[in-house]
Ligand binder design. Sequence first.
Ligand code: GDD
Ligand code: MN
Length: 522
Amino acid sequence: MHALTLIIPSFNEAENVQPMIDRLDAVFEQRPDLLVRGRVQVLYVDDSTDDTPDRVAAAARTAATLDVQVAHRPVATGGLAGAVAAGLLAARGDVVVVMDADLQHPPETVPSLIDALGEHVDVVVASRYLDGGSSDGLEGSWRTLVSRSSTYAAKLVFPGRLGACSDPMTGFFALRLERVDLSRLHPRGFKILLEILASQPLRVAQVPLAFAERLAGESKASLRNGLIYARQLAALRARAWITSRVLRFAAVGTLGAAVNLAVMAALLMLGVHYVAASIISAEVTILGNFALQERVVFHDLARASIASPRSRLAGWLAFTNAELVCRTPLLVALVSLTGLSSLTVQGLLLALGFGVRFLFSRHLLYRLAKVRLPRPRAELVLPHLSHPSADLTVEDILVSARPWGQFEQFCLNEQVTVKLITVQPGSRLSLQTHVHREEFWQVLDVPLDITVGDTSWTAAVGERVLIKAGEAHRLGNSGARPGRILELARGHFDEADIVRLHDDYTRASHVGALRATPLAQP
Ligand code: GDD
Ligand code: MN
């Protein structure tokens, strides 16, 4: 049984709020099996300039099955896609449904999305282009054409990852949060599903979507969004290439093979016997490949690998020399059997060795201690989040990117702040003290490096740490996966209260960024 969160991004949707809540409530009254403890979380992530947040607060009191909340963002970072990403980070459930606020995504379709989310499915997409679906709600043939051709472009650029998805442009989908690595997303523009699917391999199922007419208000789609879309697609493709480990391994291997063949050719010209030439060129290549591999192919895994650098070098030498020892008799045999030139046979054998070498490196040399990144076991129950009441209806989630990761801040009031801090692998925050604030940390996903006062240690998942005002402290992540802590701080929130004792990053621009996204006082 999965706890469910509906994420509804909203921008000036005041007239659509009450009908949305009424229809959702009716849907879940029919399907009590989808409720956990009788309720489902509905989270509006709002960037409105109208009174949508107040309408949500009012509608919240009318729903029997829904825990309705609204997070109004003081700054609309990343637009629609940014709003959905912020919602994913804040969601309490482990199954999330994302849908529009304007009733173009019929609430009555939500159960079919959840029902299709089997054990072997990570994402269910409500598609306008399946039998039984329709895109009649798109205003005019122009929008239909734009929508169709951008879908086509995306599938052309990502034939593999979008293969099973007929409608990567839809904003209506369900996913299992634990299966999606949110740290890979760089959300902006309108297309968060495309971002999710293109950034990682996920198993997709589909249900038909009858895309309805907008109930009230206006569509925010525009030419500008079209341009943002084209840029997003290009950036996604570039990132996928750069992050493809096999491709980097192949590049290093190709370079190595070229060096290998060049050295061998030179030696042959000098009159060296081809067997000796093959051995010498291989040894030169082996060391060069190792150095490059450590830096550009497995650099992220190297930091967290079980094996030390020295034993990795030993393993690499042992493996590649064993490969060489096997290759030489093979070279001799194949040259005499086929009559092909020794360079051709050497080239073929290098290509064959490539695959085996990659598997050896990836799974043995750079293997990691097994860590999985579950959703936090510690349930994050913020009283005002789970029970919106008359006096506390709007809270702000400030999501802010930092060189070491990001934080999301839930502002309760000026005296208490709650943050989820994500630290990327290989990163750490500054060593700092607060004059006034005291902090409580709980490690959520993976072990993290913690310093308090003179003591440094690796804190286990679930471990709690209290940092008193005036105590030096630092948080770091030397593991291989992003890790989060839950931070509860007491005392006035103020940048000026932070004394940075040691910092790895230049600060000026980030101070600027902080000023640009002021915290709205609740
Ligand atoms: N929080 C937030 N911030 N919400 C936004 C923003 C924003 O900057 N811009 C738009 N929204 C909300 C709207 O309030 C609505 O709930 C939803 O995002 C979709 O916006 P519309 O303006 O209604 O877009 P549309 O109907 O043209 O787009 C639909 O079709 C696209 C595919 O053609 C949506 O379903 C998109 O999600 C979908 O990608
Ligand atoms: Mn719409």
